[in-house]
Design a protein around this ligand. Structure first.
Ligand code: UTP
Length: 410
């Protein structure tokens, strides 16, 4: 794209200010800026305009969804585990680590997985995850293909770290990195921000694009060649995460469901967690702030909360159903955030409060694209230790405490 074409594209959507510093840039920077403008998804500006008109997204009719409970799972454990191990041994299961996030709440400037959660020794978040996966590998007698999603911001560091740490004992041939896409940030008036005079402020486009990013990275050939039928997608920050859990996989397979989701019983009715439920008859996740008081307190005849099962970002999807739904456009969420930017005087501003918006797709929206879902309860004290914040709830401290209680030496 040349300068005039770029100017025309930007004029059509009221964004010509992105060329304000063009004449002051080096030739290389100019080329890079034109390239960024060429790749710019201007449809996002319409998403922003719609968001400004109404920030509330209309929901369908919500209804509770139960779960395969801990007791039921315990009764069928051997049967489920055998079916799961069988699928793993046949190479039908892959795992997808979502590690493209910015981890801003933790305030650590490296990829979150590089955070050392050890106290008297080094124990990295990535290491915790690989160790957990190794337990399955040892039991199954075969490695599980592991796909690691990074972003432009942390790809290099992540790959270098795995290499330096010799993949924490994992077989490197089974580890495949791929990079997610970026999305531009806008100010509260919908003007795209610059983070440098020749660079549009952009950030990873949310965790919902993982499958399309895998497709774009050319990984479908590998999935087909290896016969990978199921993908277990999980977040980087839960250090007690059970990955490719054969009991979960076996239960999902035997249930005939399109997908499975690990869930935990809510700690209390007001817990700030997304709840797996039904929306217009198909699985969906309702966020805690979208629930009415009545939904929050409603109980079933057995005394359990009707909306009881919180998600922990550990899902099992069928590859074929993801592929057949690939052309469905996922909802784009607009999130207000602090976005550093270059002001009209060319000064870098680091805002203290949210000054702009980012665009994200979310993996939880993929749940609603499936016909049915096995809701699979797990014990939160053994499987849920998220590291989101520096201190307090879901923090380094709470995760350390839970690791310790699970016998992990720190
Ligand atoms: P979070 O929603 O906690 O986002 O991600 P985050 O970016 O890691 O953290 P904050 O909000 O800035 O503090 C949940 C999971 O989704 C991944 C994260 O790496 C984490 O495993 N994720 C998130 C991505 O892979 N890409 C994204 O664009 C966003």
């Amino acid at each position: 794209m040349n300068y005039n074409e770029a100017k025309e594209k930007l004029a059509a959507c009221g964004q010509t200010h992105l060329l304000r510093w063009y004449d002051t840039l080096t030739e290389r920077e100019q080329e890079s800026l034109l390239q960024q403008i060429e790749e710019l998804d201007t449809e996002l500006l319409q998403v922003f305009a719609d968001y400004r008109k109404s920030s509330e997204q209309a929901r369908g009719k919500l209804a509770p969804l139960g779960a395969l409970t801990l007791e039921e799972i315990a009764q069928n454990r051997d049967r489920f585990e055998a079916a799961g191990l069988d699928a793993i041994r046949q190479g039908k299961v892959g795992a997808v680590l979502l590690a493209g996030g910015m981890g801003t709440r933790l305030g650590f400037d490296k990829p979150k997985g590089m955070f050392n959660i050890g106290v008297t020794r080094e124990l990295y978040i990535f290491e915790c995850l690989i160790r957990n996966l190794m337990e399955v590998v040892d039991k199954a007698g075969t490695f599980v293909p592991l796909f690691v999603m990074t972003s432009e911001k942390n790809d290099e560091d992540t790959r270098a770290f795995f290499k330096e740490m010799k993949y924490f004992g994992y077989n490197a041939e089974y580890v495949h990195f791929f990079v997610q896409e970026m999305a531009p940030a806008v100010d509260m008036e919908g003007r795209i921000l610059l983070e440098e005079k020749g660079r549009i402020a952009a950030s990873p486009n949310g965790n919902g694009g993982w499958f399309s990013s895998m497709q774009r990275a050319g990984l479908m050939n590998l999935l087909h060649r290896e016969g990978i039928e199921w993908l277990n997608v999980f977040a980087v920050d839960n250090v007690l995460q059970r990955i490719a859990d054969p009991v979960f996989i076996g239960a999902a397979l035997l249930s005939g469901a399109d997908m499975g989701s690990k869930v935990v019983s809510k700690a209390d009715p007001e817990e700030r967690v997304g709840v797996l439920c039904l929306e217009d008859g198909t699985p969906s996740i309702v966020e805690y702030y979208e629930m009415t008081k009545e939904m929050i307190t409603s109980r079933e005849p057995d005394g359990r909360l009707s909306y009881n099962y919180g998600v922990i970002l550990n899902y099992l999807f069928r590859t074929d159903s993801l592929e057949s739904g690939a052309d469905k456009r996922m909802p784009i969420h607009v999130v207000e955030k602090k976005v550093p930017y270059i002001d009209e005087n060319g000064m870098l501003i680091e805002p203290a409060s949210p000054n702009g918006c980012k665009f994200e797709t979310l993996v939880l929206d993929m749940v609603h694209m499936q016909e049915n879902c096995l809701s699979f309860e797990v014990d939160r004290s053994r499987e849920f230790a998220p590291v989101k914040n520096k201190t307090g709830v879901d923090s380094v401290d709470s995760a350390r405490e839970l690791l310790h209680r699970n016998g992990v030496s720190l």
